[in-house]
Write a protein that binds this ligand. Sequence first.
Ligand SMILES: *Cc1c(COP(=O)(O)O)cnc(C)c1O
Length: 457
Amino acid sequence: MSSSPRSYQSYKELDFRHVWHPFTQHQTLFEGDNPLIVESARGVELIDLEGRSYLDGVSSIWCNVHGHSVPKLVQAIQQQAEKLCHSTLLGISHTAVLDLASLLPKFLPAGLDRLFFADSGSNAVEAALRIAIEWWYRLGDTRRTKFVSLNGSYHGDTLGAVGVGYVKDFHGHLEHVTVQSLRVNPPHVFRFSQGLSEQAAVEHALAALGKLFEKQSQSVAALILEPLVQGASGVWVHPASYLAGVAALCREFDVLLIADEVATGFGKTGSMFAIESAGVVPDLLVMGKGLSGGYLPISCVASSDRLFRGFLGKTEEYKAFYYGQTFAGNPLAAAVSKANLELFTESDLLARLPSRVEFFHRLLDEHLEPLAHVDEVRRCGVMVGIELTVRPGHREAYTPQSQAAWRVCNRARELGVFIRPIGNVVVLMPALVMGEDDLARLVEVTARAIEESLGSV
Ligand SMILES: *Cc1c(COP(=O)(O)O)cnc(C)c1O
C-alpha cells in the first residue's frame, strides 16, 4: 500500500506542472496521461504509488547491480550519513573515499590505481578527455589536440562528451558548438553495409583505423571507445578481437586509449570490466553507473601512474589538473560503492554469472529470435538490444511516428515489466542478480508485448 500523503492524481499534476524529464518528449507523455510514478523498489521490482510492481528490466537505466533496497547497501549509506554526508576532495581527503580506494584497484587491471573521482559518467568522460589532452600538452607535444571515437558511440551529454559521441538525430544542432572528433566505423557498420562476415568486418574496421593513424596519429591525443558494447546507440556489439586490435594500434601509434566502461563496467558484459575479455589495459578507464551498485551518483577515472605524473610540478608552473566537481567522490556515494564491491566478493556474483547469462541468452533465442518483427537480438552478457523490423525477413526500421518500440514498452508496462526503447531498438538490461524466474518473465513478457503491439506476421 502507498504510504505517500498524496494521491496518484495530485502527484501526476505536480509532475506535469513542474518536472522537465531528461530524454523525454513531454507532448507524448502528456497525451499518454498515465506517467509511471515509482514510490519504492525492492529486489528487482519497482513499486508504484498504487502498490503495483514492475520488473525492472533495465536495472534503472543500467545502474543497478545487486537489486534495490539491499540491506547492506542501505546500511552503508545510513552509517556513513551519521558520520559525514559531504566534504570536499579539493586538496583534502575523507575516509569514505579512501576506504573505497583501498578496494577498487583490486577489481581493476594492474597499473590503473590512480583514481580521479567525479559525480556522473559524463563528467568522468570529460575528465578523461581533459587528462589525455593536457597530458600531451604538459609533455610539450602541443600538436596532439584531437580525439578519435567510433561512429554511433555515446559518452554522455556534456558538450565535450557529445563531441566524441555525436549522433546526428540527437546532436545535429550541436555540430558547431562541439569539438568534433575524428570518427571511425566499428565492425558492425562494415558487416551491414557490405555484408561482410564478422571476422572480415573486424579486419576492415581495424584497417580503416590503421589508415587514419598513419595519416593523422601525430595530431591525436586519445581514442575513446565503449569496449565490446556501444550501449546507448542501440546495443551494438563488437568482438573482443576488435578491441584487442584497437588497443594494439593505439600502442603502435602512441595514441592514448580511453575505455568508457560507464555502461559495460561492473559485470554487465559478463566480466567485471569489458576490457578483460581482450586482455587490454587502457591508459584511462572510466566508470559510472554501476560503481555505486546504482544507488548514488558517483563516477571515477582510473589512470596509469604515467599520466598522473605528467601533472606534477611547482604551483607556479600551473600543471595541476584544473578540473573537478563540487560533489566529486561524495562520502555517501563512496561508502555505498565500497559496499557494492564487497557484495561482489561476498556473493561470488561474477562466478555465478556465466551460467545465468547462458540461460538468459537461451531464452532470447527461444522467445525473441523467432518473432516476425524481430530482426536481430544483439547481446553481450546482460546487455541486450532487440532490433525491430517492419518487414519480416528484411531489416527495415519502423518510422519514428509509428513509435513501434515505445508501443512495445508501454504494453510491457501493462504486463508488469518496465523496459525502455532506444529508437527502433528495445533494450533489456537486467540487474546481475536477476534470477531465472524473473529473467524468464522479462523475456516472455517482452516477446508477448512485441507480438501484441506489432503483430505476428
Ligand atoms: C550513461 C553513459 C555515460 C554518461 O553517464 P551519466 O552518468 O549519465 O552522465 C557515458 N558513457 C556511457 C558509455 C554511458 O552509457
